[in-house]
Design a protein around this ligand. Structure first.
Ligand SMILES: [Mg+2]
Ligand SMILES: [Zn+2]
Length: 186
């Protein structure tokens, strides 16, 4: 079994857009994040994107579009010698009451099963409390909220109770360094 680093997408790897990321032309990657994913020390982890895309459930974009945006993002990361091993999408709207929309842990659990991941040695990084909560619900080792995307705003809001522990980091590269230090990877 492999440890994983689960990453939220919007606000972590690319900019949030006010009215959803609807096609590739609206994707603005964070260069810092892409560079961070090329660190060879990450080789012991599977890097897995877990993203809520309610724009699909709301009928704003198709599931095919959502998948193709993720595929192209994976391609951009790989072109720059970085790694993203897989991407899981929750396509539902909040009204669907599914098991996979974060803060629920469904995407992480599905990935764990399909990719042989050891959740107890895994981490979740996101820019929202719902990411942190999804990580806790899945039983990961650690969670990190970062200040890019919606992070600063989320940190100024009241923090959910019973939330367990989390680190606060400036951006993805800071978060990944924190994980490598905590796990003593060198
Ligand atoms: Mg986000
Ligand atoms: Zn879902």
């Amino acid at each position: 079994m492999f440890p994983a680093i689960f990453l939220d997408r919007d606000g972590v790897l690319i900019e949030n857009q006010a009215n959803y990321v609807r096609d590739w032309s609206q994707v603005e990657v964070f260069p810092e994040a892409i560079v961070a994913l090329s660190d060879p020390k990450l080789d012991t982890y599977k890097i897995v994107v877990v993203t809520n895309q309610s724009a699909v459930g709301r009928g704003i974009i198709s599931i095919e579009t959502a998948i193709s945006i993720n595929d192209r993002l994976v391609g951009v990361v790989r072109d720059r010698s970085g790694r993203l091993d897989n991407a899981y999408i929750c396509p539902h709207s909040p009204d669907d009451d599914c098991d996979c929309r974060k803060p629920k842990p469904g995407l992480l659990l599905q990935a764990a099963e399909e990719m042989s991941l050891d959740l107890k040695r895994s981490w979740m990084i996101g820019d929202a409390w719902s990411d942190v909560e999804a990580g806790h619900a899945a039983g990961v080792r650690g969670t990190i909220i970062i200040k890019t995307g919606r992070g600063e705003e989320q940190l100024s809001l009241s923090r959910p109770k019973g939330n367990g522990n989390y680190f606060i980091c400036n951006n993805l590269s800071h978060a990944l360094k924190t994980i490598l230090e905590f796990d003593n990877v060198d």
